[in-house]
Write a protein that binds this ligand. Structure first.
Ligand code: RET
Length: 240
């Protein structure tokens, strides 16, 4: 049986994180959706977006888990389809939060374009890898340019300035919390990326390519659920 090969959730930590990640995403999605009823009208859309992010991820985790169980390989295509849908939605969260302080659609588009660039370059790095370090590093660096742009915008650029001008302590704190997610939570992804064949952590420490998914799964749980909880907290405090 194919499944018997890898599917031992108890002894394979990567399989375990796929399984638990899937459940956590589903549960969070229901939570954010139901909690729309507890917040002011102006926050309902933000909570809906949080529910969509975790809901879309939950469905992709079902597929990714099966793929990984059956083949033992990284479900790279499903992974990047998930990200290309959910990361722009995270940009929408930033936008909705700072919209009350005057954010424009242009800002939203800049964040979306930068993060899409980050993901497309990362996909080329992984999906078209020839196992060489040069391929992995080149596309990893190109991807990082997009990441740094989002990071800069959240900490020092437009998003940060709008939050400072909002005169709302809750929004300032919330944007700062989301900026921490981008700095610390998002930085886990490149670590996973470097575990692929030819990647620095793979060649230097022998961290196999299965670790790619281990890091991605942990990062997804932190970022998608954590990001949503921060937005939820802001919405609840602003509604009372
Ligand atoms: C819900 C999914 C999220 C928040 C995904 C975020 C993904 C990244 C921040 C990926 C970044 C990468 C780099 C900065 C360089 C190497 C390639 C990537 C795509 C793994």
């Amino acid at each position: 049986m194919l499944l018997a090969k890898i599917a031992d959730i108890g002894s394979n930590p990567v399989a375990f994180t796929f399984f638990i990640g899937c459940m956590a995403m589903f549960a969070s999605s229901v939570f954010f959706f139901v909690e729309r009823g507890s917040v002011d009208k102006k926050w309902k859309l933000s909570l809906l977006v949080s529910a969509l992010i975790t809901g879309i991820a939950a469905v992709h985790y079902l597929y990714m888990r099966d793929y990984f169980m059956a083949t033992g390989e990284n479900p790279t295509a499903y992974r990047y389809i998930d990200w290309i849908l959910t990361v722009p939605l995270m940009c929408v969260e930033f936008y909705l939060l700072t919209k009350l302080a005057g954010a424009t659609k242009t800002l939203l588009w800049k964040l979306i374009i930068a993060s899409t660039w980050m993901l497309v370059a990362g996909y080329i790095g992984e999906a078209f890898s020839d196992g060489s370090t040069s391929h992995s590093v080149t596309w990893g660096m190109l991807s990082t340019v997009g990441y740094l742009y989002v990071l800069y915008t959240a900490w020092f650029g437009e998003v940060a300035q709008l939050a400072a001008n909002s005169k709302s302590e809750v929004i300032e704190k919330g944007v700062r919390a989301l900026a921490w997610f981008v700095l610390v939570g998002w930085a886990i992804y490149p670590v996973g990326y470097m575990c692929m064949d030819g990647g620095w952590l793979n060649t230097a420490f022998g961290w196999t390519s299965q670790n790619v998914d281990l890091f991605y799964n942990i990062a997804d749980a932190i970022n998608k659920i954590g990001f949503g909880l921060v937005v939820y907290n802001i919405a609840i405090s602003e509604s009372n």
